[in-house]
Design a protein around this ligand. Sequence first.
Ligand SMILES: Cc1cc2nc3c(=O)[nH]c(=O)nc-3n(C[C@H](O)[C@H](O)[C@H](O)COP(=O)(O)OP(=O)(O)OC[C@H]3O[C@@H](n4cnc5c(N)ncnc54)[C@H](O)[C@@H]3O)c2cc1C
Length: 352
Amino acid sequence: MAIIGAGPSGFACAHELERHGVKPDIFEQRPRPGDLFEHVGVILQITNRPVKDQLAEIKKSCYISLKPLNSLKKVTMHSPRVSGSVSGNLGYLFKRGQGEDSVENQLLALIKAPVHYNTRPDYASLALAYDYVVVATGNYETAKILGCLEDIYKTWLVGATVLGEFHPNYMEMWLNTEYAGSAYAYLTPFNHKSASLVLIVPEGDRKAIDCWKKFLRMEKLSYEFSSLWIWEHVAGFVYPHQVGNILFVGNAGGFLRPVLGFALYNAILSGVFAARSMIEGKNYEDYLVNLNKNMMYSLQLRESLNSFTNKHFDHLVAFLTTPGFKQIIYNTNLDMIKYMAILARLIGTKNN
Ligand SMILES: Cc1cc2nc3c(=O)[nH]c(=O)nc-3n(C[C@H](O)[C@H](O)[C@H](O)COP(=O)(O)OP(=O)(O)OC[C@H]3O[C@@H](n4cnc5c(N)ncnc54)[C@H](O)[C@@H]3O)c2cc1C
């Protein structure tokens, strides 16, 4: 079996295949795994309900142990007129990129299969040479060629490693249509002294770098930064997830969640499911039912957020950080993305 892409989804697929005694060939265009820039990713415990502890779930159901950089204990949210915090076991922070302890390198250490670096193979040739080809490229090129790509939602990510004083377990988020449109900005710490600061802006006629400057100015953030990067991020919908002997996993399979642009958990799960479907000879779509359902709620929430004004964001932050509701939102197994999709629709309707 061949896997194109040495990212989380490709590695998770390889790991599951190896657990069943199959050694795939992995092809990666870069000289090593991982994004070209280091950053701190997050898994938020409210995004994959009924699963609350995604790390424990990955260990239990995928047999993959990942070591986070830190656990996430507090999230502070800012909209133009409201700021509020929630505390508790809110998720995990992960190092991403090419560093030794990044998610990608942790996964690489778990597999034995050869990774053929500096290679961009043609999926069609591989499909003739191998029993199966798993497309784990993090992009939609192949799905588009094969006619499986539905809607897409494009964003620009502008980010930097910033220097200052941080609490390693605390994350901050900003919502303001003036610089982020319907998207947002966030800060996730590496440690006490450095953090990733990232602004996400929907694609349009906005110039991402101008939005970044506006964001820093409006939020009065004067960090010293050691690097600045810009990245295009595309969330799309892929169906079917298998064409002949070609399977799509991770972002390439449309598993990037459109609400926050997060995908790590889904990437790992879809990679493992693809491996199981190939080994057991069962329909890949049958394994994806829950992931697809979560994606649908995520899309509904994203559609409501796209029409939000700053007043709506003020209401949302106030709601998410109200003491009584906090307990329900963060301490239960309720599918909060589903309920937030309904709430966002109500907030949008009420304040229009
Ligand atoms: C800046 C940034 C911040 C993010 N933050 C978060 C976060 O906080 N939480 C979260 O859950 N998710 C986050 N994400 C989403 C992220 O996309 C997923 O976490 C995850 O990386 C998706 O895994 P993947 O394996 O599908 O794709 P990728 O991680 O993109 O891996 C794909 C791999 O395939 C390789 N490749 C591509 N094309 C080819 C080709 N033709 N031939 C060979 N190799 C190829 C690429 O070089 C890459 O190594 C973030 C993404 C970015 C860019």
